[in-house]
Design a protein around this ligand. Structure first.
Ligand code: HEC
Length: 149
């Protein structure tokens, strides 16, 4: 990693708004491997080598903001960790994700519940939602039909 990254400060102030954007991004793009709460014990994460670390622990938390940012942007070669974000050194979305990585050890169960709604769906989940929607649509159409009699 280029030395300048280690001491790069996070230009984003980690406000609740920045965090909620990062949570949505994480739930959608990172949680399949890292889990919403960051322990990496997902179906995919558990079957990777090397495995994603428990990001709430020291191995991750002891790194500087700049180091985390560099990893998010560039990925980790020869591992499952892909590169994300826009080119350039002021990719604010990636910096917001650094805010979230810092927040992971304090994530509440309410926050995890919110994130679950934003996780990518499996085909089975989608089918179930479709059937529910069909059922609800059917149920709301039915009373209407009575007006025509
Ligand atoms: C396809 C699986 C996968 C996805 C998706 C993924 N990661 Fe990773 N990530 C990994 C793996 C595996 C590692 C461990 C790499 C290693 O051993 O150095 C890792 C490592 C990291 C690390 C370094 C942790 C440390 O302690 O050094 C950070 C930070 C990170 N990921 C952030 C993210 C963010 C943010 C996203 C979403 C934008 C994301 N990852 C998406 C698999 C993934």
């Amino acid at each position: 990693m280029p030395a300048k990254y280690a001491s790069l400060p996070n230009p984003v102030i980690c406000t609740p708004l920045a965090l909620s954007e990062a949570k949505a991004h994480w739930a959608d793009h990172c949680a399949t491997c890292h889990a919403n709460h960051g322990d990496g014990a997902t179906m995919l994460g558990k079957n990777m080598y090397p495995r994603p670390p428990d990001m709430r622990e020291g191995e991750t938390q002891n790194q500087s903001d700049g180091e985390l940012y560099y990893t998010i942007k560039n990925g980790v070669r020869l591992t499952g960790m892909p590169a994300f974000g826009e080119p350039g050194d002021s990719d604010l979305d990636s910096w917001k994700l650094v805010c979230l990585v810092r927040h992971l050890p304090r994530l509440t169960s309410e926050e995890v519940t919110e994130m679950k709604k934003l996780n990518p769906k499996t085909p089975d989940d989608r089918e179930e939602e479709r059937q529910e929607a069909d059922f609800l649509n059917g149920a709301s159409v039915a009373p209407d039909e009575h007006h025509h009699h």
